[in-house]
Design a protein around this ligand. Structure first.
Ligand code: ADP
Ligand code: MG
Length: 734
């Protein structure tokens, strides 16, 4: 039995899904596979696991719930534990590097990648009585594969008289991919639609579509805050950097703080937020907040000066967001939200804003479906999303900001109608929406390299990967490229997994890194390779732009960071190892600082992302344990005081990196090779990569710019204004 607190029970009763409990449970008991579709916020993620728990599904086995996003796995496990009034030993989470799962865990939230790994070790998932695949509409690669695998596992478990239930949960879109795919489910699973109480949301399109959507978003938010009645504002932009910029700008405009510049040493979000909090208290004590807003008729309202010409000329003249003079005394409680934000910061969006303030959350598309922020009445939608594009032929990746799909724009708008009628301000015209937006976003599996999952599937004895029941199949070209790259690595031979391939697949990193680990064992270089692989596998370890108030300060910091990185690079073979060496030394130095309890300061001062360093540490532990399990007599440890590699070791490390990335070589373009038309100065750092027509460049901060080696291998090519190589190591001269 569950003993919920009465406040929680009251809140639950308001959720539309609660009325459907009986029907849902009957459907589940009568069918092996059930699809539950419902609007975001209807209570799927928080309630369905509790229904199952109360119906006895967790008595002998666990209830497993997968989330495509780590953020959601953590915060949903916490929320469900809180609602059930139990500890996180009972309702727990497991993500790639961390978790709080115990032997007593009954409901386990995890990322879809974690469950896929478990399938490899226990194909029938015998620990579970039911698997919920949440957010299936997001179409993440791992969730897609899990659907395919579970469509086979469920009948197998039934045959053995030990049934497993599969519940697919999704927003109400594109369900046909699951129901009308006969290869996946011969008899289409029943779909239960949760009718959510969705209040009408009035959509306001801009008359014109401007390039500078960040500035538009700022202006719109300011106008809503100064002119419209109470209610939270949710702003969608594309990435972490944009979120930070906009948050800073909004906080600055609605000055809540005095003497910020003086008291503020580090400009991290947490400092800023707590400072605002304190400042607010002071302000609120001193004077009662005056109401300055006149009520506006919401049904007949358009923001004055919405699309006037003045805005247009302003927009063309500068890149920065302009400032508007504000005459309201009502404070705006501005919070950022993106997936790399620390979880205690993320949790703030669920709390009531301080009294007398209006909540404004600036978010990436994390807030689209996975997290429901309470009391949002206004949505400001840039209409943009940042996607990682991957060229199937050349392998070039690029981050591109593009229009999102109609489906996700509608999800975003829906966020405004959870508590009362709401408004969505789209910063683009209806013509753009109708003519340019695609209906749906492309499933992730069709836009990234599939090497790792190809190998994993081979290891699970899926012989003909092209026949696998994918909800949406990757195209043949992607599969062929993956197969041939795996053959080159030696992970496959004649389409069969080699013993090297099996060793590689054990590591939770890309196959090419797995190979580097497998090779290092022979050379006694493991602690270094582990550290390099861990660092290369984590995003954004070295920061590029300092976040400070003054440009002066930013410039100084950048110079300081650059000098530090050149120092880390060292000389000789160390320098030739390039970016991996800088990462290795950066991690080493950070861990060293950590032994004195100075990690955070060290990261701030040297331009390292604190959370990345922690992730790298966890991955190092995980990789080390994995190796120890397979090689019992190895005595490797994760040493926080790992000495830098010797010159000889650096040379061997370069060879190992070459073995892993040998298919990604680039050759320096010689000045005499240049055509007349090509600008010699601009091409100083240019290389010719394998199969690319256009030149590729050493990235801005590359330590190899001084030596300009003739041949290099790279981790990845990405495209911004030009094509740049990331993770570069020299392979010449020998
Ligand atoms: P769905 O999965 O259908 O989108 P959820 O189960 O995630 O819906 O959310 C149901 C309700 O629970 C929402 O109103 C949401 O605001 C609330 N909720 C979810 N997480 C928290 C939390 N950490 N704190 C407070 N409320 C939350
Ligand atoms: Mg959900």
């Amino acid at each position: 039995p569950v003993h919920r607190k009465s406040v929680i029970q009251k809140a639950r009763l308001k959720l539309p899904i609660l009325a459907e409990e009986q029907e849902i449970m009957e459907l589940i008991s009568q069918n092996s596979v059930v699809i539950i579709a419902g609007e975001t916020g209807s209570g799927k993620t928080t309630q369905v696991p509790q229904f199952l728990y109360e119906a006895g599904y967790a008595i002998n086995k666990m209830i497993g719930v997968t989330e495509p996003r780590r953020v959601a796995a953590i915060s949903m496990s916490q929320r469900v534990a809180e609602e059930m009034n139990v500890s996180n030993e009972i309702v727990s989470y497991l993500i790639r590097f961390e978790g709080n799962v115990t032997d007593n865990t009954k409901i386990k939230f995890m990322t879809d990648g974690v469950l896929l790994r478990e399938v490899q070790n226990d194909f029938l998932l015998t620990k579970y009585s039911v698997i919920i695949l949440d957010e299936a509409h997001e179409r993440s690669v791992y969730t897609d594969i899990l659907i395919g695998l579970l469509s086979r596992i469920v009948p197998l478990r039934n045959k053995r008289g030990n049934p497993l239930k599969l519940i697919i949960m999704s927003a109400t879109l594109r369900l046909e991919d699951f129901t009308e795919n006969l290869r996946l489910f011969k008899t289409p699973p029943p779909v239960l639609k949760v009718e959510a109480r969705q209040f009408p949301v009035t959509i306001h399109f801009n008359k014109h579509t401007f390039d500078n959507y960040l500035k538009e978003a700022y202006n719109k938010t300011v106008k809503i805050h100064t002119k419209l009645p109470d209610g939270g504002i949710l702003v969608f932009v594309t990435g972490q950097q944009e979120v930070k910029t906009l948050v800073q700008k909004l906080r600055k405009s609605f000055k809540l703080r005095r003497n910020v510049a003086k008291t503020q040493e580090h400009n991290s979000d947490s400092d800023e937020a707590s400072e605002i909090e304190q400042d607010l208290k002071r302000t609120l004590k001193r004077k009662k907040i005056r109401k300055v807003m006149t009520p506006v008729n919401l049904d007949d309202y358009s923001i004055p000066g919405d699309n006037d010409v003045e805005t247009e000329s302003e927009l063309n003249s500068e890149d920065e967001i302009g400032e508007i003079v504000i005459n309201t005394s009502k404070p705006l409680w501005v919070l950022p939200l993106y997936s790399l934000l620390p979880s205690y910061e993320q949790a703030k969006v669920f709390r009531e804003p301080p009294e007398g303030t209006r909540l404004c959350v600036v978010s990436t598309n994390v807030a689209e479906t996975s997290l429901t922020i309470p009391n949002i009445k206004y949505v400001v939608d840039s209409g943009k999303t940042k996607v990682k594009l991957y060229d199937k032929v050349t392998g070039v990746t690029s981050y591109m900001v593009t229009w999102t799909s109609k489906a996700s724009a509608n999800q975003r708008a829906g966020r405004a109608g959870r508590v009362a009628p709401g408004h969505c301000y789209r910063l683009y015209s209806s013509a753009v929406f109708n003519d340019t937006f695609q209906e749906f976003s492309v499933p992730e599996i069709q836009q990234k390299p599939v090497d790792d999952l190809y190998l994993q599937m081979k290891c699970m004895n899926v012989d003909k990967v092209h026949n696998f029941p994918f909800p949406t199949a990757p195209d043949l070209m992607q599969l062929k490229t993956a197969e041939s790259r795996l053959e080159v690595l030696g992970a496959l031979k004649n389409s069969k997994v080699t013993s090297l391939g099996r060793a590689i697949s054990k590591f939770p990193v890309l196959p090419r890194y797995g190979k580097m680990l497998a090779l290092s064992h022979q050379q006694n270089l493991l602690p270094y390779t582990i550290c390099i692989v861990a660092a290369l596998s984590v995003q954004e370890v070295l920061l590029e732009t300092p976040i400070t108030q003054s440009p002066e300060e930013a410039k100084n910091l950048r110079q300081k960071w650059g000098a530090m990185r050149r120092q880390w690079a060292g000389v000789g073979n160390s320098l030739l190892l390039g970016d991996p060496m800088v990462l290795l030394r950066a991690v080493g130095a950070a861990e060293y600082a950590n032994t004195d309890g100075k990690l955070e300061t060290f990261c701030l001062e040297n331009g390292l992302r604190h959370k990345a360093i922690i992730e790298i540490r966890k991955l190092r532990v995980q990789l080390t344990n994995e190796i120890k399990m397979n090689v019992p007599d190895s005595d490797i440890i994760v040493d926080p005081k790992l000495a830098p590699p010797s010159d000889l070791q650096s040379k061997l490390l370069r060879q190992i990196i070459l073995a892993g990335m040998g298919d990604q070589v680039a050759k320096k373009i010689k000045q005499e090779e240049l055509k007349e038309s090509e600008d010699k100065i601009k091409l100083k750092y240019a290389y010719r990569a394998n199969n690319l027509e256009e030149p590729v460049f050493l990235h801005q901060g590359s330590v190899l710019k001084k030596t300009l080696p003739e041949f290099v291998v790279y981790q990845e090519i990405y495209e911004t204004n030009k094509m740049y190589m990331r993770g570069v190591t020299a392979i010449e001269p020998e």
